[in-house]
Design a protein around this ligand. Structure first.
Ligand code: ADP
Ligand code: MG
Length: 275
C-alpha cells in the first residue's frame, strides 16, 4: 500500500485517450477458449470465450488478478499457443491455423515483451548483440553489419551509446526493460504484446517505461496488447480495457470508464485497490 501511495508520478504521464478516431483493426480475437488438461480426467478452462479487437496505433489492455488467463490469452493471440476454440485474425488474415513458413513470416510483425527482462536477456551478451538478435534470427544482418540500426534502436529507447558494450548484469531493471523493448522493435513490428512489462519495476521507473512506450507508439504507429494485474498502471496507457476474471472477460470499456465508472463488482474491487 505504501509503495502504491507514491503513485502521483504515474498519473503525471497520463495521456487522455478517450474519443480518439477509430483505426483499422490489426488483431482480432474471436471467441477464443483454452482448456488445459491438468490431471487424470481433470480440465482447467484458462480462457473462456474471449473476444476483442486491437486497432492500429492503439492499446488494448487486459487487467485481472494472477491466474485469470491474461498471459494465456496473449500467447494465443500471438500463436505461441493454440486455442482450443475460436479464431485469430491478424491484419485481416485468419492465422488460427497458420504454420511453418507463413507463421515465421508473421513473427516479424508481432513481438512480445515479458515482465522480467533479466530472464529474457542472455546474460553473457552485450547490449549491442542483444538488440541485434532479431536481425540475426531473420538473416537481416548483425550488429557488425548493421551498427547504425543498432545505435538507432538504442537511441529510440533513450539509452546512450555507452550502454552498447554493457551486459544485462550491468544495467538497472528499467534499463534492461529498455533493451528488451529495443530488441522488440528491431524488426519494425506492428503489434507488441507487453505482458506485465512494468510489474517488476519501482513506481517511478514504471512511469518512465510507460512514457517510453507511449512515445514509441506515436512514433512507430505501434499497436499494443498490454497486460497487467494493476489497474493503476493500465489506466496510464490504455484505449480499451478488458477486465478478466477466471478466464472470462467480465467488463470492457475505455480506460476512463473502467477507472471512473466501473460496473462489475470485480472491477470495483480492482478499482478500490488503487488509492
Ligand atoms: P495470468 O497471466 O492472468 O496470471 P495465466 O494465463 O498465466 O494467467 O494462467 C491462467 C490459468 O491457466 C492459471 O490457472 C494457470 O495455472 C493455468 N495455466 C496456464 N498455462 C498452463 C499450462 N501450460 N498447463 C496447465 N495450466 C496452465
Ligand atoms: Mg501472466
Amino acid at each position: 500500500k505504501k509503495l502504491i501511495a507514491a503513485a502521483p508520478s504515474l498519473t503525471s504521464v497520463r495521456i487522455p485517450r478517450a474519443g480518439r478516431d477509430a483505426q483499422p483493426v490489426v488483431l482480432s480475437v474471436r471467441n477464443v477458449s483454452k482448456t488445459f488438461r491438468i490431471g487424470r480426467g481433470q480440465n482447467l478452462t484458462a480462457v473462456d470465450d474471449v473476444s476483442f479487437d486491437v486497432e492500429r496505433g492503439r492499446t488494448v489492455s487486459i487487467v485481472g488478478e494472477s491466474g485469470s488467463g491474461k498471459s494465456t490469452t496473449a500467447r494465443i493471440a500471438l500463436r505461441l499457443e493454440n486455442p482450443s476454440a475460436g479464431s485469430i485474425q491478424f491484419d485481416g488474415t485468419d492465422i488460427t491455423t497458420t504454420r511453418g513458413k507463413e507463421l515465421r513470416a508473421l513473427r516479424r510483425r508481432f513481438q512480445i515483451v515479458y515482465q522480467n527482462p533479466y530472464a529474457s536477456l542472455n546474460p553473457s551478451l552485450r547490449v549491442k548483440d542483444i538488440v541485434a538478435e532479431p536481425l540475426v534470427a531473420f538473416g537481416l544482418g548483425t550488429r557488425s553489419t548493421r551498427p547504425d540500426r543498432v545505435a538507432e534502436l538504442l537511441d529510440q529507447v533513450a539509452l546512450t551509446p555507452e550502454y552498447l558494450e554493457r551486459r544485462p548484469a550491468e544495467l538497472s531493471g528499467g534499463q534492461r526493460q529498455r533493451v528488451a523493448i529495443a530488441r522488440a522493435i528491431a524488426l519494425h513490428p506492428e503489434l507488441l504484446v507487453l505482458d506485465e512489462p512494468v510489474s517488476a519495476l519501482d513506481v517511478s521507473v514504471q512511469a518512465q517505461i510507460l512514457a517510453l512506450l507511449d512515445r514509441l507508439q506515436n512514433e512507430l504507429n505501434l499497436s499494443y496488447l498490454f497486460i497487467s494485474h494493476d489497474l493503476a498502471v493500465v489506466r496510464q496507457i490504455s484505449d480499451t480495457v478488458l477486465v478478466m476474471r477466471r478466464g472470462q472477460v467480465v467488463e470492457t470499456g475505455s480506460a476512463e470508464d473502467i477507472f471512473d465508472n466501473p460496473q462489475h463488482e470485480y472491477t470495483k474491487e480492482l478499482r478500490n485497490a488503487v488509492p
